[in-house]
Design a protein around this ligand. Sequence first.
Ligand code: ZN
Length: 165
Amino acid sequence: MSIKLNSYILPEDVVEKMKVKIEETKEKNIELGFGLCRMKYVNTLKPGVECTGDECKIVQMPECPTGLYVGGFHTHPSGVAAPSIADLKNAYVNDVECVGAQEEDAIRCFVRLGYRKPDDEKYIISKFKEIEEPFPKVVDSAQYERWKSARDEIWNKHFQTVDVK
Ligand SMILES: [Zn+2]
């Protein structure tokens, strides 16, 4: 079944490709992903350029063989199906970001509500810089709480969350 992501359609074959990436992540314990592209005047998403490891960390290959880049999908090898602030920043600047978590065996997409607003974008980027993501290896609970409340505020205010799997 295809999934509606706001104005976009995420077709079954792309969801299947996401599932394959999650399985591959389980085997290799490495972050994997690909861009999401749409053709002009068509809202059905197609997979774009693939990324491996650190390439997926900040931005997933913001290019498309054909069509327009609207966001990306990447796996969280050790994490859950919740977004980082970097994921939300990418989802805000583009339109959508999907994550696949091997631990929960889940796929979730975060879709920006409404149009990009320069002030909101500046705020999200400043939070991202201020919180210093990604974390160092050892994080104290105060640091984690600060990160989580900033993340949740941005997540709740600007995004629709769609459970794909
Ligand atoms: Zn992520």
